[in-house]
Design a protein around this ligand. Structure first.
Ligand SMILES: Nc1ncnc2c1ncn2[C@@H]1O[C@H](COP(=O)(O)OP(=O)(O)OP(=O)(O)O)[C@@H](O)[C@H]1O
Length: 275
């Protein structure tokens, strides 16, 4: 696959060569016989934030969970088509899903710290991976990178569950980056946070994209315009059997999706006319 595929750069208003970290090719995603998402072909650029938007049920979470093989845990799940991670077929038999999840971390809608100390939340993954470096340093660096260090440095031995929701979410982000991933997937990471915590996480995302490639599912269109370089709009069409089938309508620089969309459906969605 072409790892240096042209991806439009939203910040510079012109095209520049940007590496692709994840790519799908006519990807169909099934739960049993139900085709939940059909025919998605897209490239996720490195060191950018890519947002998935669209009405409920169009398959945003289903797709993002394909990127770290989290859907493997669902018996009825299977795909047709391809998902590539850095030129490697992510669903090839030789690929270890555990290693995939180490390289491609995930932060969920509801903060889910382990019922352990703040310190151990961060150190856990490193210990499991037989980390040979200085754990104290790793914990501090990860908490600093997640903009949480100053708030927790004097209580590293308290339980992570005792933090506020916004702090818990930053702890989960710190935990995700402590294992040195390449990509961080975020499925509605601010959905349960107040506006101030939301802005903190958004600021943090801007910092993190220097080092990581980020994909975020969001229902909040202002959030997509604030954080995302690229935005993919998904929609769902009714099927003959009365279900809904998700598909990618339009994928472009965020500015184009919101200010100059090519598709009528995108225009209607971003202007709040449906969804
Ligand atoms: N584990 C599952 N088993 C069967 N069907 C599922 C499963 N998870 C999701 N689906 C179905 O797949 C479709 C897409 O769901 P998904 O949660 O990915 O959409 P979404 O766009 O993320 O929705 P929302 O914005 O409401 O979170 C829906 O029809 C949903 O019912």
């Amino acid at each position: 696959m072409e790892s240096n595929q042209k991806v439009a750069s939203p910040n510079q208003g012109n095209e520049q060569s940007t590496e692709t970290v994840l790519r799908t090719e006519t990807l169909d995603i099934y739960y049993g016989k139900f085709l939940a998402v059909k025919g998605v072909s897209m490239a996720i650029p490195k060191n950018r934030i890519t947002a998935f938007i669209g009405p409920s049920g169009c398959g945003k979470s289903t797709l993002i969970r394909c990127f770290n093989r989290l859907n493997d845990l669902i018996d009825s799940f299977h795909i047709e088509g391809k998902v590539y991670y850095r030129q490697k077929d992510l669903y090839d038999k030789s690929v270890d899903p555990v290693e995939v999840r180490r390289r491609i971390g995930m932060v969920f809608q509801k903060p889910n710290p382990f019922p352990k100390t703040i310190y151990d939340n961060i150190a856990y993954g490193a210990r499991v991976n037989n980390y040979k470096g200085d754990l104290d340093e790793l914990v501090e660096n990860s908490l600093r990178a997640a903009a949480l260090w100053d708030e927790v440095k004097d209580k590293l031995k308290t339980n992570g569950m005792s933090l506020s929701g916004g702090q818990q979410q930053r702890l989960c982000i710190a935990r995700a980056i402590a294992i040195n991933p390449d990509v961080v997937l975020m499925d509605e990471p601010c959905a349960s946070l107040d506006p101030i915590s939301t802005l903190k996480v958004e600021d943090l995302m801007h910092e993190l994209k220097q080092k990581y490639s980020i994909v975020i599912v969001t229902h909040n269109m202002q959030q997509a315009t604030r954080v995302a370089d690229m935005t993919a709009f998904f929609n769902a069409r009714a099927t003959e059997k009365g279900g809904k089938q998700g598909y990618l309508v339009e994928y472009d620089e965020t500015e184009n999706i919101f200010q100059n969309p090519k598709e009528e459906a995108t225009k209607d969605y971003v202007s709040g006319r449906f969804g």
